[in-house]
Structures are given as structure tokens and as C-alpha cells.
Design a protein around this ligand. Structure first.
Ligand SMILES: [Mn+2]
Length: 248
């Protein structure tokens, strides 16, 4: 049986209706990597629903999206903070805590890296411009969002280096926020030439996040599928422990 991979959704307002949506690269990559993708809408009340979802998934992807409310890391909203969806923030922070308490495999992508860092006690710069000397390449215009635009150096000996099998690669970049203080329990596994953190990981079965978009890259850059394969493989071992069956 394919391990089930829950993926958080992107919510947006279209005139007078709200949508729960997902970039189709996420479910396609999960399927190709051997998993069964499942979209998790960010419906409140967050703790109860997050717990219930984790009873039926073997792994989790925190997907890209809007900015996290700065109150989650002790700041007020600054001018250059972007769009915020607090309901989604609460839901995803609960998911991270619930996943960590079970050692459930978790892959964060773009916003997912930021959510993971914040949920575990780290902080962000609300815009690249609030940190000195950052490269504007991080914030690709819409028409270049599928293009690798900057280099990253992968930390030797990291889980990420083991998964990708390289120490350098070029990646897409569509984020305007970056990590400020790294959360306790996370280590940096990838860095851009300007020093911006591009990847983090932690101890346990599988806890890893990247700032770029492997779901946009894997069709043209096959090595990026390895991230999804690693998640699905870890989800398979989680399932094999029969955690769900042992729950009451
Ligand atoms: Mn970047």
C-alpha cells in the first residue's frame, strides 16, 4: 500500500468565494514518488482537526503560500510583510506540533520551511530588505517562478546532501521572507551565496524543509523528486510501525 501523504492547501479569496487549492506539482510528485497524496484543508478548530488528520496520514508536506502572521514569532506586522492567513497559520503550527509528537515524517517547502522554523521557536525577517545584503534573485517575478535562479551550497554530511547526492545546485526562488533566528532543534543544510538559509533539517524519522520549489522543478530536474521519495520512504517506515493501529 502507498503511504498516505497529507498536503496543506493554499486558500484564496476569489471575489465573493473562498477556495482551498494546491499547485498540482505537489500531488503529482507524491504520486510519482510512490505515495498517495491527500489535500488537508486548513479548517478550524485547529488542534482537534490537525490531530484527526494525523490519525490518517503517514507523512506530511507543508506547502507554499502566504506569509505567517508575525505574532507567531513575537513581532508586529511591518510595512513589507505580505498577505496573511491566520487560520491557516494556526492549523499548520498545530500540525507541526502534532507531527513532532509522533515523529511523523514532515517535508516543508517554501512557506513550509518558514512555518516549521516558527512553530519550533525560530523567527523570520518579514521581508528580504530587512536583512542587510540579500540577493534580489530570491524573489523571482511570476514569469520566472519555474526557473532555477540562484545557487545553493548543501552542507556535507546532512540528510539533504545524502538525499540529493550533490553539494551544489541551482534552485527556483519565489520567497520574500527568510529565516532570522533558527529554531532550536533545527540545523541548516543549505545556504544561498548571500548567506540566506535555504534548507533546514532536524533529528528523527524525517524532518526536512527547503526554501525552493521541488514540486515545480522535478519534471525538468529529476533529482528533485528524491526529496519526495525520501519523504514517502520515511512515511512507509512510519506506517510499518503500525502507529495508527496502536492508537485508541
Ligand atoms: Mn531563495
Amino acid at each position: 500500500m502507498r503511504p498516505t501523504i497529507g498536503m496543506t492547501s493554499w486558500r484564496y479569496q476569489d471575489d465573493d468565494e473562498r477556495w482551498e487549492a494546491i499547485l498540482d506539482g505537489y500531488p503529482r510528485a507524491v504520486l510519482e514518488a510512490g505515495g498517495l497524496p491527500l489535500i488537508l484543508p486548513a479548517i478550524s478548530p485547529a488542534p482537534a482537526v490537525a490531530e484527526a488528520y494525523l490519525g490518517i496520514v503517514d507523512g506530511l508536506i507543508l506547502t507554499g503560500g502566504a506569509d505567517i502572521h508575525p505574532s507567531f514569532y513575537g513581532q508586529t506586522v511591518l510595512d513589507r510583510c505580505g498577505e496573511i492567513d491566520e487560520e491557516r497559520d494556526r492549523f499548520e503550527v498545530e500540525l507541526v506540533h502534532a507531527a513532532r509528537s509522533r515523529d511523523l515524517p514532515l517535508l516543508g517547502i517554501c512557506r513550509g520551511l518558514q512555518v516549521l522554523n516558527v512553530a519550533l521557536g525560530g523567527s523570520l525577517y518579514q521581508d528580504l530588505s530587512y536583512r542587510q545584503q540579500t540577493d534580489s534573485a530570491h524573489q523571482s517575478p511570476r514569469e520566472r517562478r519555474r526557473e532555477p535562479v540562484h545557487q545553493v551550497a548543501i552542507t556535507g554530511g546532512s540528510r539533504l546532501a545524502e538525499i540529493l547526492g550533490v553539494r551544489e545546485l541551482r534552485v527556483t526562488s519565489t520567497h520574500h521572507q527568510i529565516i532570522r533566528d533558527l529554531a532550536p532543534g533545527l540545523t541548516v543544510n543549505a545556504v544561498a551565496p548571500d548567506g540566506v538559509v535555504e534548507g533546514v533539517e532536524g533529528a528523527g524519522r524525517f524532518l526536512l524543509a527547503v526554501h525552493w520549489h521541488p514540486e515545480r522543478m522535478f519534471t525538468g530536474h529529476g533529482e528533485q523528486l528524491a526529496l519526495f521519495r525520501a519523504l514517502v520512504e520515511a512515511a512507509g517506515t512510519f506506517r510499518a510501525t503500525d502507529y495508527h493501529a496502536s492508537r485508541t
